[in-house]
Write a protein that binds this ligand. Sequence first.
Ligand SMILES: [Zn+2]
Ligand SMILES: [Zn+2]
Length: 143
Amino acid sequence: MAQQTSRLKDKQDCACGCGLFGTPRKRPEGHIRGCACPRCRGQRNRAKGDAKARKARKALGIGGANTRHEELWGGPIRLEVKAGAQVRPVFTAYLKTEIQSEQHRAMGDPRPFAMIAMPDGTSDGLIVMRLSQFAKLTGIDPE
Ligand SMILES: [Zn+2]
Ligand SMILES: [Zn+2]
């Protein structure tokens, strides 16, 4: 983006009345950067989710439509990238398990690691793997 040539807009109060003062953004219209209203938060979270999805797609070498709707991605599996707090426990459990496994890994065992999550009362488990390890396992060539 050309910063010098972009027309400078007058600073103003945030449209939501939160008290922030600065250069208004286009979306949501008239809100100031850093605004914490629900609309601005929602948009930031979406942008964050999109960035994560792009990263995941790249790490897995998946082409397809550049969209936040992961079901439209090409590739052999349907994916849903979750970036929010609700999946933090999954990540934490994985990291702990990975450390444990690393401690028991035989010297020179190059195999990728996966955690299988099978809580009480479940018979089908979940495989949790690092994207990089999954790419290696499947021979996917990251873009
Ligand atoms: Zn505001
Ligand atoms: Zn706002």
